[in-house]
Ligand binder design. Structure first.
Ligand code: SF4
Ligand code: SF4
Length: 338
């Protein structure tokens, strides 16, 4: 089982409670960005191109906890920059775990072995390791040789110490399906709990603008990757979202499902686009013109099929109808059925 039962139960109860209360827009995963600075400079990254005075800014533990309390999402994902650079990250994580948030601490793992003693294993804490493919592909994606081996070593150490470990992988136009399937074998062979995969979003600011996937190509690639899926592969993601990536389902984006908080405040409308910031979560939820966003409504959303826009849509679909629920069960138990 990729995701522990307790986490599934927490998320399911939370979604059902929102639906019983008649809440139309609710957050599922808080994307908390306490720092933009990173110790890598990947070609597809849209987060590290800020000037130094922004890269030097950090959220305090109190700001992080307040954002988690205000938002109320059961899951908190802490993406990059590189969170392990933040000197107060262990304290931030401790406070979130005390709040019973399921924390995904996303890291390129370069510092993980050095810092791991500062964290305690918990069912609420997962190290989500950035791995963009087998050794050659990963080192090319992160623009530095040797990072794959460092990350694999760190994964082994974290698992040995009893931490939950997943991988997160962003795929671009040059991905070779056979090599990616081999990569899935290799990651599961290391003993990780599950894998998360997503097509890269075409950030305006990313240095490499030629490798982002268009929608048709995303569907073609993910069909090749996820058809005839091996039983050993576990994905730490909604099974309906994986079917969406394969082109078997279509969803509208629900960007409020993964709201983003960072050193500028609450980011409108989503983790990927920057259409301004507001100082509190309820203003974000109630005063953003959500109708302006999503595929077919905004040119910047044209090719987006990224988890932070569509995974919450897939989870919503699971709980919105009997067919959504049975579809989820079928996609979980028989992923190769159709
Ligand atoms: S490791 Fe992540 S945050 Fe750092 S440069 Fe690469 S993509 Fe950006
Ligand atoms: S489709 Fe949704 S998640 Fe993607 S860029 Fe647009 S608003 Fe953001």
């Amino acid at each position: 089982m990729a995701v522990p039962i307790s986490q599934m139960f927490t998320v399911s109860s939370y979604v059902i409670a929102q639906k019983l209360k008649g809440v139309k827009r609710y957050p599922l995963v808080l994307m908390l960005e306490p720092i933009f600075r990173c110790n890598l400079a990947c070609a597809g990254c849209g987060k590290i191109q800020y000037p130094d005075h922004v890269l030097d800014r950090r959220l305090t533990p109190e700001q992080c906890w307040a954002a988690a309390d205000e938002c109320g999402a059961p899951i908190v994902s802490i993406p990059g920059g590189e969170p392990l650079i933040h000197p107060e990250m262990p304290e931030i994580v401790r406070g979130l775990v005390e709040r019973k948030k399921y924390v995904y601490l996303c890291t390129n793992a370069i510092l993980l072995e050095r810092k791991i003693e500062e964290y305690q294993p918990s069912k609420y804490l997962t190290f989500s390791i950035h791995m963009d493919g087998l050794r050659d592909e990963h080192d090319l994606a992160v623009c530095r040789d040797g990072v794959y081996d460092v990350a694999v070593k760190a994964i082994k150490t974290a698992l040995k110490k009893g931490f939950r470990v997943t991988t997160n992988t962003t795929l671009f136009d040059d991905a070779n399906p056979d090599r990616v399937r081999k990569f899935f074998d290799e990651m599961m062979g290391l003993g990780v709990e599950g894998m998360m995969i997503s097509p890269g979003y075409s950030y305006d600011k990313a240095p490499d603008q030629n490798s982002f996937l268009k929608r048709d190509r995303t569907r073609e690639l993910f069909s090749k990757l996820l058809s005839n899926r091996k039983r050993t592969w576990q994905f730490n993601q909604s099974p309906l979202f994986l079917e969406f990536l394969m082109g078997k389902r279509d969803y509208e984006c629900t960007p409020w499902g993964n709201p983003t908080y960072n050193v500028f405040g609450w980011q409108k409308p989503c983790y990927l686009l920057q259409d301004g910031y507001v100082s509190d979560f309820s203003t974000l939820l109630n005063e953003t013109d959500w109708e302006k966003y999503g595929t077919g409504r905004n040119d910047k959303c044209k090719d987006c099929m990224v988890h932070c826009g569509y995974e919450a849509s897939a989870v919503e679909a699971t709980f919105s109808s009997w067919s959504g629920f049975t579809g989820t069960v079928k996609a979980t138990l028989f992923p190769n059925a159709t």
